[in-house]
Design a protein around this ligand. Structure first.
Ligand SMILES: [Zn+2]
Length: 261
């Protein structure tokens, strides 16, 4: 690696953690222009029960349209293992997109699974483990119908055996992994409970995932147990990215086409 490449790697490895939005967008444009990169998308729920005003759900039809738009635009939707291998071998393609879902909702099993099987789309589900089969209560689920329910253990076990699905960790009870939190418990209990279901997760997404939600010691802890870890900071992934604070684009019903314009 040349010294200029080394300097760039140092800047990019830190920029999602330290840079403000303007600098991050500038660096993202530089990466998009000069390097091969990949993009990871964050969804939460794809459901026919989507209600107006709910930013964390996408209707089945809109998700179908997103996939069709990507494929017609020449993008390949690849699995998390493929992304990991391409990062390791420096063979990223700017046409590659990875699709992830956060939290673990029951409709991921009931409604999303049949749709991704029909469309042959690989997805990764980052799953909490403290709320199996409970009615979803996060602030973004408030005022929704009672159908927003966290996934049950049985459904998680079934969906994890589908060839298109990768299960990842998302901390036990969805607390932001700040200094004041028992991060070891959050990360390791999540891992332990997933392993009890015969799931051996290799990828992790930080709850909330902004830099103020993730302390450095949490990143270090996650790096000991996982192959890659994801923030919720927008941006693209290149070979210089920090493997334990990778960016993702959070998809709401209204912003998908702005990202891929
Ligand atoms: Zn989450």
């Amino acid at each position: 690696m040349s010294s200029s490449e080394g300097m760039l790697k140092a800047i990019l490895a830190k920029y999602y953690y330290f840079a403000d939005q303007v600098r991050r967008e500038l660096l993202t444009s530089i990466v998009r222009h000069f390097f091969r990169y990949s993009q990871v998308l964050t969804y939460h729920r794809v459901t026919s029960h989507r209600l107006d005003g709910d930013p964390m759900s996408v209707s089945l039809n809109d998700f179908r349209n997103h996939i069709q738009y990507l494929r017609e635009g020449g993008y390949n939707i690849i699995s998390m293992d493929e992304l990991s291998n391409k990062l390791r071998t420096c063979s990223l393609s700017s046409r590659d997109v990875v699709i992830t879902f956060d939290d673990g909702y029951e409709d991921n099993y009931i409604e999303l699974l049949p749709l991704i099987q029909e469309l042959s789309v690989p997805v990764t589900l980052f799953t909490n483990t403290a709320y199996f089969n409970k009615i979803a209560f996060f602030e973004w689920n408030q005022n929704l119908d009672q159908k927003a329910r966290f996934i049950s253990q049985e459904s998680l076990q079934k969906i994890s055996s589908a060839s298109l699905v990768t299960i990842g960790g998302h901390a036990h009870s969805h607390k932001a992994l700040k200094k004041s939190i028992d991060n070891s418990y959050e990360v390791l209990e999540n891992l332990r409970l997933l392993k009890l279901l015969d799931i051996k997760p290799a990828y992790f997404a930080y709850p909330y995932g902004r830099k103020l939600d993730v302390c450095k010691s949490a990143i270090k802890l996650v790096s000991k147990h996982y192959r890659l870890a994801f923030s919720n900071m927008p941006g693209v992934i290149c070979r210089f990215s920090n493997m334990y604070f990778l960016p993702r684009y959070n998809i709401t019903n209204s912003n998908f086409y702005k990202i891929f314009k």
